[in-house]
Design a protein around this ligand. Sequence first.
Ligand code: GUN
Ligand code: ZN
Length: 440
Amino acid sequence: MRAVRGRVLTLRANPFLAEPRECLVHHEDGLVVMRGGRITAFGAYELTKGALPPGVVPAEYPNALILPGLIDTHVHYPQIQMVGAFGAQLLGWLERYTFPAEASFADRRHAEDTARLFLREVLACGTTTAAVYCTVHPHSVDAFFAESERFNTRMVAGKVLMDRNAPSALLDTAESGYRESEALIRRWHGRGRQLYGVTPRFAPACTEAQLDAAGALLRAHDGLYLQTHLSESPAEVAWVQELFPARGSYLDVYAHAGLVGPRSVFGHAIHVDEADLCTCHRTGAALSHCPTSNLFLGSGLFRLFDALDPRRPVRTGLGTDIGAGTTLSLVRTLGEAYKVAALRGDKLDAVRALWLATAGGAEALHLEDRIGRIAVGYEADLCVLDTAASPLLAHRARYCTDIEELLFVQMTLGPERVQATWVAGEPVYEAARTPDPYRY
Ligand code: GUN
Ligand code: ZN
Protein backbone atom coordinates (compact mmCIF):
# COMPACT_ATOMS: atom_id res chain seq x y z
CA MET A 1 0.00 0.00 0.00
CA ARG A 2 1.18 3.52 -0.80
CA ALA A 3 -0.22 7.03 -0.43
CA VAL A 4 0.40 10.58 -1.60
CA ARG A 5 -0.49 13.78 0.23
CA GLY A 6 -0.80 17.31 -1.13
CA ARG A 7 -3.12 19.62 -3.05
CA VAL A 8 -5.28 17.36 -5.24
CA LEU A 9 -7.37 18.37 -8.25
CA THR A 10 -9.67 16.14 -10.29
CA LEU A 11 -13.06 16.33 -12.03
CA ARG A 12 -16.35 14.65 -11.22
CA ALA A 13 -18.21 15.62 -14.43
CA ASN A 14 -17.71 17.06 -17.92
CA PRO A 15 -17.32 20.88 -17.59
CA PHE A 16 -18.31 21.36 -21.24
CA LEU A 17 -21.75 20.02 -20.27
CA ALA A 18 -22.09 21.46 -16.75
CA GLU A 19 -20.93 24.53 -14.84
CA PRO A 20 -17.11 24.14 -14.76
CA ARG A 21 -16.67 25.10 -11.09
CA GLU A 22 -19.20 22.50 -10.02
CA CYS A 23 -17.26 19.79 -11.83
CA LEU A 24 -14.05 20.42 -9.91
CA VAL A 25 -12.99 18.31 -6.91
CA HIS A 26 -10.28 20.14 -4.96
CA HIS A 27 -8.59 19.32 -1.66
CA GLU A 28 -6.00 21.83 -0.40
CA ASP A 29 -4.59 19.05 1.77
CA GLY A 30 -5.69 15.80 0.16
CA LEU A 31 -4.75 12.15 0.56
CA VAL A 32 -4.79 9.43 -2.10
CA VAL A 33 -4.35 5.87 -0.83
CA MET A 34 -3.47 3.14 -3.35
CA ARG A 35 -3.27 -0.61 -3.26
CA GLY A 36 -3.06 -3.29 -5.97
CA GLY A 37 -2.76 -0.63 -8.69
CA ARG A 38 -6.02 1.09 -7.71
CA ILE A 39 -7.14 3.98 -5.55
CA THR A 40 -8.64 2.64 -2.33
CA ALA A 41 -9.29 5.89 -0.45
CA PHE A 42 -9.35 9.57 -1.43
CA GLY A 43 -10.36 12.78 0.29
CA ALA A 44 -9.31 15.58 2.62
CA TYR A 45 -6.31 14.41 4.65
CA GLU A 46 -7.97 14.95 8.03
CA LEU A 47 -11.01 12.92 7.02
CA THR A 48 -9.15 10.17 5.13
CA LYS A 49 -6.03 9.53 7.19
CA GLY A 50 -7.84 6.74 9.05
CA ALA A 51 -7.51 4.67 5.86
CA LEU A 52 -3.72 4.63 6.33
CA PRO A 53 -2.52 1.53 8.14
CA PRO A 54 0.22 2.07 10.74
CA GLY A 55 3.61 2.33 9.09
CA VAL A 56 2.39 3.66 5.70
CA VAL A 57 3.84 7.15 5.34
CA PRO A 58 2.42 9.18 2.44
CA ALA A 59 4.78 10.73 -0.10
CA GLU A 60 4.31 14.45 0.48
CA TYR A 61 4.27 17.02 -2.32
CA PRO A 62 4.11 20.56 -0.94
CA ASN A 63 3.94 23.38 -3.54
CA ALA A 64 2.42 21.00 -6.04
CA LEU A 65 -0.77 20.03 -7.83
CA ILE A 66 -1.60 16.32 -7.79
CA LEU A 67 -3.69 15.47 -10.86
CA PRO A 68 -4.88 12.30 -12.56
CA GLY A 69 -2.24 10.91 -14.95
CA LEU A 70 -2.47 12.80 -18.25
CA ILE A 71 -3.84 11.14 -21.40
CA ASP A 72 -2.38 11.74 -24.88
CA THR A 73 -4.86 10.53 -27.49
CA HIS A 74 -2.58 10.92 -30.54
CA VAL A 75 1.20 10.54 -30.77
CA HIS A 76 3.81 8.88 -33.05
CA TYR A 77 6.72 7.43 -31.07
CA PRO A 78 9.00 6.89 -34.13
CA GLN A 79 8.86 10.60 -34.87
CA ILE A 80 10.78 11.85 -31.82
CA GLN A 81 13.90 11.95 -34.00
CA MET A 82 12.45 14.59 -36.35
CA VAL A 83 10.43 16.92 -34.13
CA GLY A 84 10.69 20.54 -35.21
CA ALA A 85 11.56 19.91 -38.89
CA PHE A 86 11.59 23.18 -40.82
CA GLY A 87 9.37 24.59 -43.47
CA ALA A 88 6.72 22.20 -44.72
CA GLN A 89 2.98 21.59 -44.67
CA LEU A 90 1.48 18.17 -44.01
CA LEU A 91 1.96 16.30 -47.31
CA GLY A 92 5.45 17.67 -48.05
CA TRP A 93 6.43 17.16 -44.40
CA LEU A 94 5.45 13.47 -44.59
CA GLU A 95 7.55 12.93 -47.74
CA ARG A 96 10.57 14.90 -46.67
CA TYR A 97 10.90 14.09 -42.96
CA THR A 98 8.43 11.53 -41.68
CA PHE A 99 8.79 8.65 -44.10
CA PRO A 100 12.63 8.61 -43.96
CA ALA A 101 12.48 8.66 -40.14
CA GLU A 102 10.01 5.78 -40.05
CA ALA A 103 12.09 3.79 -42.59
CA SER A 104 14.94 3.74 -40.05
CA PHE A 105 12.74 1.50 -37.86
CA ALA A 106 13.48 -1.44 -40.14
CA ASP A 107 16.31 -1.82 -37.60
CA ARG A 108 14.80 -3.55 -34.55
CA ARG A 109 17.49 -2.21 -32.24
CA HIS A 110 16.69 1.34 -33.28
CA ALA A 111 13.01 0.70 -32.52
CA GLU A 112 13.87 -0.66 -29.06
CA ASP A 113 16.17 2.24 -28.21
CA THR A 114 13.60 4.79 -29.38
CA ALA A 115 10.70 3.13 -27.53
CA ARG A 116 12.78 3.21 -24.36
CA LEU A 117 13.58 6.90 -24.71
CA PHE A 118 10.04 7.81 -25.78
CA LEU A 119 8.30 6.13 -22.87
CA ARG A 120 10.64 7.73 -20.34
CA GLU A 121 10.11 11.17 -21.86
CA VAL A 122 6.34 10.66 -21.85
CA LEU A 123 6.38 9.69 -18.17
CA ALA A 124 8.58 12.69 -17.35
CA CYS A 125 5.80 14.88 -18.80
CA GLY A 126 3.17 13.31 -16.54
CA THR A 127 1.47 11.29 -19.28
CA THR A 128 0.40 7.83 -18.15
CA THR A 129 -1.78 6.71 -21.09
CA ALA A 130 -1.31 7.39 -24.80
CA ALA A 131 -2.71 6.23 -28.13
CA VAL A 132 0.50 5.57 -30.03
CA TYR A 133 1.32 5.05 -33.69
CA CYS A 134 4.28 2.72 -34.28
CA THR A 135 5.66 2.14 -37.80
CA VAL A 136 4.72 -0.34 -40.49
CA HIS A 137 7.27 -2.79 -38.99
CA PRO A 138 5.67 -5.26 -36.54
CA HIS A 139 8.77 -5.25 -34.31
CA SER A 140 8.22 -1.50 -33.71
CA VAL A 141 5.02 -2.51 -31.90
CA ASP A 142 6.72 -5.26 -29.89
CA ALA A 143 9.41 -2.77 -28.85
CA PHE A 144 6.83 -0.26 -27.63
CA PHE A 145 4.57 -2.66 -25.73
CA ALA A 146 7.56 -4.38 -24.11
CA GLU A 147 8.65 -1.03 -22.69
CA SER A 148 5.11 -0.11 -21.61
CA GLU A 149 4.70 -3.49 -19.92
CA ARG A 150 7.88 -2.85 -17.92
CA PHE A 151 6.32 0.31 -16.44
CA ASN A 152 2.81 -1.20 -16.31
CA THR A 153 1.39 1.81 -18.16
CA ARG A 154 -2.02 1.58 -19.83
CA MET A 155 -1.23 2.16 -23.49
CA VAL A 156 -2.96 1.81 -26.85
CA ALA A 157 -0.64 1.17 -29.80
CA GLY A 158 -0.59 -0.43 -33.22
CA LYS A 159 1.30 -1.14 -36.41
CA VAL A 160 0.80 1.47 -39.11
CA LEU A 161 -0.98 0.13 -42.19
CA MET A 162 -0.18 1.68 -45.56
CA ASP A 163 -0.22 0.08 -48.98
CA ARG A 164 0.15 3.06 -51.34
CA ASN A 165 1.50 6.60 -51.73
CA ALA A 166 4.58 6.08 -49.56
CA PRO A 167 8.13 4.80 -50.26
CA SER A 168 8.09 1.10 -51.10
CA ALA A 169 10.20 0.24 -48.03
CA LEU A 170 7.26 1.39 -45.89
CA LEU A 171 4.44 -0.38 -47.71
CA ASP A 172 2.60 -3.48 -46.62
CA THR A 173 -0.39 -5.01 -48.44
CA ALA A 174 -3.99 -5.40 -47.36
CA GLU A 175 -3.25 -9.08 -46.75
CA SER A 176 0.12 -8.77 -44.96
CA GLY A 177 -1.13 -5.82 -42.91
CA TYR A 178 -4.08 -7.92 -41.73
CA ARG A 179 -1.92 -10.92 -40.91
CA GLU A 180 0.78 -8.97 -39.06
CA SER A 181 -1.77 -6.91 -37.12
CA GLU A 182 -3.60 -10.06 -36.10
CA ALA A 183 -0.43 -11.65 -34.75
CA LEU A 184 0.26 -8.48 -32.72
CA ILE A 185 -3.32 -8.42 -31.44
CA ARG A 186 -2.96 -12.00 -30.20
CA ARG A 187 0.34 -11.14 -28.54
CA TRP A 188 -0.56 -7.85 -26.88
CA HIS A 189 -4.24 -6.91 -26.80
CA GLY A 190 -5.50 -7.18 -23.22
CA ARG A 191 -2.14 -8.41 -21.89
CA GLY A 192 -1.84 -6.57 -18.57
CA ARG A 193 -2.76 -2.95 -19.32
CA GLN A 194 -1.85 -3.06 -23.04
CA LEU A 195 -4.51 -2.45 -25.69
CA TYR A 196 -4.21 -2.76 -29.47
CA GLY A 197 -5.18 -0.04 -31.95
CA VAL A 198 -5.67 -0.96 -35.62
CA THR A 199 -3.78 1.89 -37.31
CA PRO A 200 -4.40 2.65 -41.01
CA ARG A 201 -2.22 5.76 -41.44
CA PHE A 202 -4.80 7.82 -43.33
CA ALA A 203 -7.04 7.33 -46.34
CA PRO A 204 -4.52 8.57 -48.96
CA ALA A 205 -1.99 5.90 -47.90
CA CYS A 206 -4.52 3.05 -47.82
CA THR A 207 -6.38 1.37 -50.66
CA GLU A 208 -10.03 0.54 -50.17
CA ALA A 209 -8.98 -3.11 -49.76
CA GLN A 210 -6.72 -2.16 -46.87
CA LEU A 211 -9.38 -0.05 -45.14
CA ASP A 212 -11.80 -2.98 -45.53
CA ALA A 213 -9.19 -5.31 -43.99
CA ALA A 214 -8.89 -2.93 -41.03
CA GLY A 215 -12.67 -3.12 -40.63
CA ALA A 216 -12.50 -6.93 -40.74
CA LEU A 217 -9.91 -6.90 -37.92
CA LEU A 218 -12.20 -4.76 -35.78
CA ARG A 219 -15.06 -7.19 -36.32
CA ALA A 220 -12.90 -10.24 -35.61
CA HIS A 221 -11.58 -9.15 -32.18
CA ASP A 222 -13.37 -7.58 -29.23
CA GLY A 223 -12.40 -4.25 -27.73
CA LEU A 224 -9.86 -3.12 -30.34
CA TYR A 225 -9.17 0.53 -31.07
CA LEU A 226 -9.06 2.18 -34.48
CA GLN A 227 -6.77 5.19 -34.87
CA THR A 228 -6.13 7.25 -37.97
CA HIS A 229 -5.96 10.81 -39.29
CA LEU A 230 -8.97 12.78 -40.51
CA SER A 231 -9.28 16.11 -42.35
CA GLU A 232 -6.04 17.63 -41.12
CA SER A 233 -5.12 19.90 -44.04
CA PRO A 234 -7.07 21.34 -47.00
CA ALA A 235 -4.71 19.72 -49.56
CA GLU A 236 -5.17 16.34 -47.89
CA VAL A 237 -8.97 16.68 -47.91
CA ALA A 238 -8.90 17.54 -51.65
CA TRP A 239 -6.69 14.49 -52.32
CA VAL A 240 -9.11 12.19 -50.50
CA GLN A 241 -11.96 13.58 -52.61
CA GLU A 242 -9.97 12.66 -55.76
CA LEU A 243 -9.03 9.19 -54.49
CA PHE A 244 -12.54 8.31 -53.23
CA PRO A 245 -14.94 10.23 -55.54
CA ALA A 246 -17.90 8.06 -54.57
CA ARG A 247 -17.78 9.00 -50.88
CA GLY A 248 -19.74 11.90 -49.39
CA SER A 249 -16.97 13.07 -47.08
CA TYR A 250 -13.52 12.10 -45.75
CA LEU A 251 -15.16 10.57 -42.66
CA ASP A 252 -17.50 8.66 -44.97
CA VAL A 253 -14.47 6.87 -46.49
CA TYR A 254 -13.77 5.42 -43.06
CA ALA A 255 -17.45 4.79 -42.26
CA HIS A 256 -17.84 2.81 -45.50
CA ALA A 257 -15.08 0.44 -44.34
CA GLY A 258 -16.67 0.00 -40.91
CA LEU A 259 -14.07 2.10 -39.12
CA VAL A 260 -16.31 4.64 -37.36
CA GLY A 261 -17.62 3.54 -33.96
CA PRO A 262 -16.80 3.31 -30.25
CA ARG A 263 -13.01 3.30 -29.69
CA SER A 264 -12.33 4.95 -33.08
CA VAL A 265 -10.00 7.93 -32.52
CA PHE A 266 -9.58 10.43 -35.35
CA GLY A 267 -6.58 12.74 -35.17
CA HIS A 268 -7.04 16.44 -36.05
CA ALA A 269 -10.55 16.60 -37.64
CA ILE A 270 -10.11 20.30 -38.39
CA HIS A 271 -11.92 20.47 -41.73
CA VAL A 272 -15.06 18.51 -40.86
CA ASP A 273 -18.68 19.58 -41.15
CA GLU A 274 -21.73 19.36 -38.91
CA ALA A 275 -22.82 16.04 -40.45
CA ASP A 276 -19.42 14.52 -39.60
CA LEU A 277 -19.67 15.75 -36.00
CA CYS A 278 -23.18 14.29 -35.74
CA THR A 279 -21.87 10.96 -37.04
CA CYS A 280 -19.13 10.94 -34.39
CA HIS A 281 -21.61 11.83 -31.64
CA ARG A 282 -24.04 9.12 -32.73
CA THR A 283 -21.44 6.37 -33.09
CA GLY A 284 -19.25 7.13 -30.06
CA ALA A 285 -16.23 7.86 -32.25
CA ALA A 286 -13.72 10.34 -30.80
CA LEU A 287 -11.62 13.25 -32.03
CA SER A 288 -8.10 14.11 -30.91
CA HIS A 289 -7.29 17.83 -30.79
CA CYS A 290 -3.58 18.38 -31.57
CA PRO A 291 -2.98 22.14 -31.28
CA THR A 292 0.82 22.30 -31.36
CA SER A 293 0.87 20.18 -34.51
CA ASN A 294 -1.87 22.17 -36.19
CA LEU A 295 -0.07 25.44 -35.49
CA PHE A 296 3.35 24.09 -36.47
CA LEU A 297 2.26 22.68 -39.86
CA GLY A 298 -0.23 25.52 -40.40
CA SER A 299 -3.04 22.98 -40.82
CA GLY A 300 -5.87 25.05 -39.36
CA LEU A 301 -7.79 25.74 -36.15
CA PHE A 302 -9.77 22.91 -34.51
CA ARG A 303 -13.35 23.85 -33.57
CA LEU A 304 -13.16 22.63 -29.99
CA PHE A 305 -16.35 24.25 -28.77
CA ASP A 306 -18.29 22.98 -31.80
CA ALA A 307 -17.00 19.45 -31.19
CA LEU A 308 -18.15 19.65 -27.57
CA ASP A 309 -21.45 21.42 -28.26
CA PRO A 310 -23.74 20.13 -25.46
CA ARG A 311 -26.51 19.47 -28.00
CA ARG A 312 -24.42 16.68 -29.57
CA PRO A 313 -21.08 16.43 -27.75
CA VAL A 314 -18.36 14.45 -29.49
CA ARG A 315 -15.87 12.57 -27.32
CA THR A 316 -12.75 14.73 -27.58
CA GLY A 317 -9.26 14.28 -26.17
CA LEU A 318 -5.97 16.08 -26.50
CA GLY A 319 -3.03 14.89 -28.62
CA THR A 320 0.58 15.98 -28.76
CA ASP A 321 1.03 14.47 -32.26
CA ILE A 322 4.80 14.35 -31.97
CA GLY A 323 6.61 14.80 -34.41
CA ALA A 324 4.36 17.34 -36.13
CA GLY A 325 3.53 18.51 -32.63
CA THR A 326 6.30 20.28 -30.82
CA THR A 327 6.10 18.94 -27.25
CA LEU A 328 5.29 15.70 -25.41
CA SER A 329 3.92 17.78 -22.53
CA LEU A 330 0.13 17.85 -22.40
CA VAL A 331 0.31 20.78 -19.97
CA ARG A 332 2.15 22.81 -22.63
CA THR A 333 -0.24 21.47 -25.26
CA LEU A 334 -3.12 22.92 -23.23
CA GLY A 335 -1.45 26.32 -23.31
CA GLU A 336 -1.51 26.09 -27.12
CA ALA A 337 -5.11 24.79 -27.12
CA TYR A 338 -6.00 27.97 -25.25
CA LYS A 339 -4.40 30.05 -28.03
CA VAL A 340 -6.11 28.07 -30.82
CA ALA A 341 -9.46 28.63 -29.10
CA ALA A 342 -8.60 32.33 -28.67
CA LEU A 343 -7.95 32.65 -32.41
CA ARG A 344 -11.46 31.33 -32.97
CA GLY A 345 -12.94 33.77 -30.44
CA ASP A 346 -13.43 31.14 -27.70
CA LYS A 347 -11.99 30.90 -24.19
CA LEU A 348 -10.66 27.60 -22.88
CA ASP A 349 -10.73 27.93 -19.08
CA ALA A 350 -8.46 25.89 -16.82
CA VAL A 351 -11.15 23.47 -15.65
CA ARG A 352 -12.23 22.53 -19.17
CA ALA A 353 -8.58 22.29 -20.13
CA LEU A 354 -7.86 19.89 -17.26
CA TRP A 355 -10.81 17.80 -18.37
CA LEU A 356 -9.46 17.52 -21.94
CA ALA A 357 -6.11 16.19 -20.70
CA THR A 358 -7.64 13.74 -18.18
CA ALA A 359 -11.27 12.57 -18.05
CA GLY A 360 -11.99 13.81 -21.59
CA GLY A 361 -9.11 11.74 -22.94
CA ALA A 362 -10.41 8.78 -20.98
CA GLU A 363 -13.86 9.27 -22.53
CA ALA A 364 -12.32 9.51 -25.98
CA LEU A 365 -10.74 6.10 -25.36
CA HIS A 366 -13.90 4.69 -23.70
CA LEU A 367 -11.86 4.13 -20.53
CA GLU A 368 -13.76 6.66 -18.41
CA ASP A 369 -14.67 3.98 -15.87
CA ARG A 370 -11.01 3.30 -14.96
CA ILE A 371 -8.63 6.18 -15.80
CA GLY A 372 -8.69 9.98 -16.03
CA ARG A 373 -9.99 10.68 -12.52
CA ILE A 374 -8.84 10.41 -8.94
CA ALA A 375 -11.61 8.41 -7.32
CA VAL A 376 -11.95 5.20 -5.34
CA GLY A 377 -11.79 2.17 -7.64
CA TYR A 378 -9.93 4.01 -10.41
CA GLU A 379 -6.52 2.89 -11.62
CA ALA A 380 -3.89 4.72 -9.58
CA ASP A 381 -2.16 6.84 -12.25
CA LEU A 382 -1.13 10.30 -11.02
CA CYS A 383 0.81 13.29 -12.21
CA VAL A 384 2.36 15.84 -9.83
CA LEU A 385 3.02 19.37 -11.11
CA ASP A 386 5.55 21.49 -9.26
CA THR A 387 3.95 24.93 -8.87
CA ALA A 388 7.32 26.38 -7.86
CA ALA A 389 9.41 24.71 -10.58
CA SER A 390 11.23 27.95 -11.40
CA PRO A 391 11.69 31.25 -9.54
CA LEU A 392 9.36 32.88 -12.05
CA LEU A 393 6.66 30.26 -11.56
CA ALA A 394 6.99 30.40 -7.76
CA HIS A 395 6.71 34.21 -7.90
CA ARG A 396 3.72 34.10 -10.24
CA ALA A 397 2.00 31.47 -8.07
CA ARG A 398 2.10 33.84 -5.08
CA TYR A 399 -0.16 36.22 -6.98
CA CYS A 400 -2.75 33.60 -7.96
CA THR A 401 -6.04 34.25 -6.22
CA ASP A 402 -7.65 30.84 -6.70
CA ILE A 403 -6.96 27.28 -7.77
CA GLU A 404 -8.16 27.88 -11.33
CA GLU A 405 -5.65 30.66 -11.83
CA LEU A 406 -2.88 28.50 -10.39
CA LEU A 407 -3.74 25.73 -12.84
CA PHE A 408 -4.08 28.10 -15.78
CA VAL A 409 -0.66 29.60 -15.11
CA GLN A 410 0.83 26.09 -15.27
CA MET A 411 -0.54 25.78 -18.83
CA THR A 412 1.08 29.04 -19.88
CA LEU A 413 4.34 29.06 -17.92
CA GLY A 414 4.85 25.54 -16.62
CA PRO A 415 7.86 23.42 -17.55
CA GLU A 416 7.66 20.37 -19.80
CA ARG A 417 8.75 17.94 -17.11
CA VAL A 418 6.67 17.32 -14.02
CA GLN A 419 7.72 16.70 -10.43
CA ALA A 420 6.55 13.09 -10.24
CA THR A 421 4.51 10.49 -12.09
CA TRP A 422 2.81 7.49 -10.53
CA VAL A 423 1.61 4.48 -12.50
CA ALA A 424 -0.68 1.80 -11.05
CA GLY A 425 0.12 2.96 -7.55
CA GLU A 426 3.93 3.12 -7.93
CA PRO A 427 6.19 6.15 -8.41
CA VAL A 428 7.82 5.64 -11.83
CA TYR A 429 9.35 9.09 -12.26
CA GLU A 430 10.59 11.45 -9.54
CA ALA A 431 12.44 14.51 -10.85
CA ALA A 432 14.24 14.88 -7.52
CA ARG A 433 15.67 11.36 -7.62
CA THR A 434 19.11 11.80 -9.17
CA PRO A 435 21.00 10.72 -11.15
CA ASP A 436 18.27 8.38 -12.43
CA PRO A 437 14.73 9.64 -11.86
CA TYR A 438 13.10 6.54 -13.38
CA ARG A 439 12.03 3.47 -11.46
CA TYR A 440 13.00 1.03 -14.26
N1 GUN B 1 -1.24 12.20 -41.69
C1 GUN B 1 -0.78 11.00 -42.10
N2 GUN B 1 0.32 10.64 -41.40
C2 GUN B 1 0.56 11.64 -40.52
C3 GUN B 1 1.56 11.84 -39.52
O1 GUN B 1 2.46 11.03 -39.30
N3 GUN B 1 1.46 13.00 -38.81
C4 GUN B 1 0.47 13.90 -39.02
N4 GUN B 1 0.43 15.01 -38.29
N5 GUN B 1 -0.46 13.74 -39.97
C5 GUN B 1 -0.42 12.61 -40.71
ZN1 ZN C 1 -0.51 12.12 -36.29
